[in-house]
Write a protein that binds this ligand. Sequence first.
Ligand SMILES: C[S@@+](CC[C@H](N)C(=O)[O-])C[C@H]1O[C@@H](n2cnc3c(N)ncnc32)[C@H](O)[C@@H]1O
Length: 252
Amino acid sequence: MVVREAELSFDASAYGRYVADVYDETYAYLTPDSAVQVLAELAEGGPVCEFGIGTGRLALPLVERGLTVAGIEGSSDMVAGLRSKAGGDRIDVAVGDFTHTRVPGDFALVLLAFNTVFALPDQAAQVACFRNAAAHLRPGGRFVVEAWVPDPAAFRNGSALRPVRVAEDEVLLEAALLHPAEQRMTTTKVRLTAGGVHLLPANHRYAWPAELDLMAELAGLRREHRWAGWTRLPFGDDSREHVSVYRRADSA
Ligand SMILES: C[S@@+](CC[C@H](N)C(=O)[O-])C[C@H]1O[C@@H](n2cnc3c(N)ncnc32)[C@H](O)[C@@H]1O
């Protein structure tokens, strides 16, 4: 029997407190090239605002392509990581919660990548996030959401343990508990390297793509594209993740 431990906090700075110091090395295997290519095309010259900008994994390559990028980030530890990198000082970042924090500007594109929409605690917060994204967009602007597709069948008796990455010098596992009544998952990634063991906890309030589409409608956004990933392959029955592009409904 799996014991359901006390819930972790869902506050906007929680993730970074545990993860900031190992975030870049843990996710170095995610090459951002296809995402950056797609985002640069969708931004049509920018400017871009990234919600949950983190240490700049996507934002810095976008800046390198000549786009103006701003961000909202809940964790000052993650922002410190961004600032320590070349070009990190060229990005305006507001430290706050992207459900309501505003940065000045009318943006061509707002980005919410890497499942971060599920970092919010409940449906109301996710709807608020869509509304805040819409409020940052200029007419015709786009909101891009990258997220996994929920898969409760991957859980046995409410729990799952899966390898995320297995390499000669690193093993990354994810232990997860499912709370289906509230569409929530409690997860902790366990990273094993010669340097030791790191625990990377994250809570998720998950939602199927159709629910995200409704949140977009509530915010005055219409779906323009849904792909199975940054390669822009068609989204289908077997897709385990999606990149969804929403556009302000008042666009031409
Ligand atoms: C999975 S990381 C993704 C970082 C970056 N976008 C990337 O793709 O590498 C999620 C980021 O969102 C931030 N975050 C989570 N919830 C937030 C919230 N409610 N408001 C602002 N930032 C938040 C975390 O601190 C973290 O930096």
